[in-house]
Write a protein that binds this ligand. Structure first.
Ligand SMILES: [Zn+2]
Length: 219
């Protein structure tokens, strides 16, 4: 607060004229700030409660969805390869094959034996494709510096070991394919027939739904 200044030459105190205008100014400033705050809150409420899918998120530039809004229409990448089809699937399979041929097999591809079969056409075995694709995605995640220094150990322990054991098991999906380095073979093993539950459900549906209550009065 400004102090009353020196007495005027007439010996009277200067009127404290700055006080009232100043305090009015403070009130006005507080009011303005409160108004602005309320506006911000309303904006946030609007963003949170009524996301408009047609308009781009104000945070899109930061790679973030809007507050409370659903993620944009594009599904997160990458997607499981078994959910892809057409050219998308072919492209993903090409990239996966490169990784398998250039990295996985040269490093971890043990000799082909009856105890560790392999298939030169593994791309035609859906279950093998699904395993290898998942293994590849996990590799990309765990080799990232953000996975920490133990990331690749975790990948070996939790992913590679299990995937190879499943894919190259003597009774696994490739057991009718290549079991000797000199004999390239390929045969898709037939799976079990479809579940019998559908037939049973149909039979149940044709039966009367509820027996009549014996003690229900009839009119
Ligand atoms: Zn095969």
């Amino acid at each position: 607060m400004p102090e009353p200044v020196e007495p005027s030459p007439e010996g009277e105190l200067e009127p404290v004229r700055v006080l009232d205008p100043d305090s009015e100014g403070v009130e006005a400033t507080v009011r303005r700030l409160m108004d602005r705050q309320a506006q911000h809150e309303q904006q946030l409420d609007r963003l949170a409660s009524a996301p408009d899918p047609g308009s781009p998120s104000p945070f899109a530039a930061f790679g973030m969805p809007g507050f409370g809004g659903p993620p944009s229409a594009a599904p997160p990448e990458p997607r499981p390869i078994m959910e892809l089809d057409g050219e998308e699937r072919e492209d993903e399979l090409d990239a996966l094959s490169d990784w398998v041929d250039d990295f996985l097999l040269p490093v971890y591809g043990a000799e082909v034996t009856t105890a560790a079969p392999w298939c030169l056409q593994w791309q035609e075995h859906d279950d093998v494709v699904a395993w290898l694709h998942a293994l590849w995605l996990a590799y990309q995640q765990h080799k990232d510096p953000e996975a920490g220094l133990s990331g690749l150990f975790v990948w070996h322990r939790d992913f590679l070991t299990h995937a190879v054991a499943a894919i190259r098991s003597p009774g696994g999906p490739l057991s009718a394919c290549m079991t000797s380095p000199d004999r390239a073979a390929h045969r898709l093993l037939p799976g079990p027939p479809p579940s019998a539950r559908t037939e049973k459900a149909t039979a149940d549906a044709s039966a009367p739904a509820e027996p009549a209550e014996p003690d229900e009065p009839t009119s």
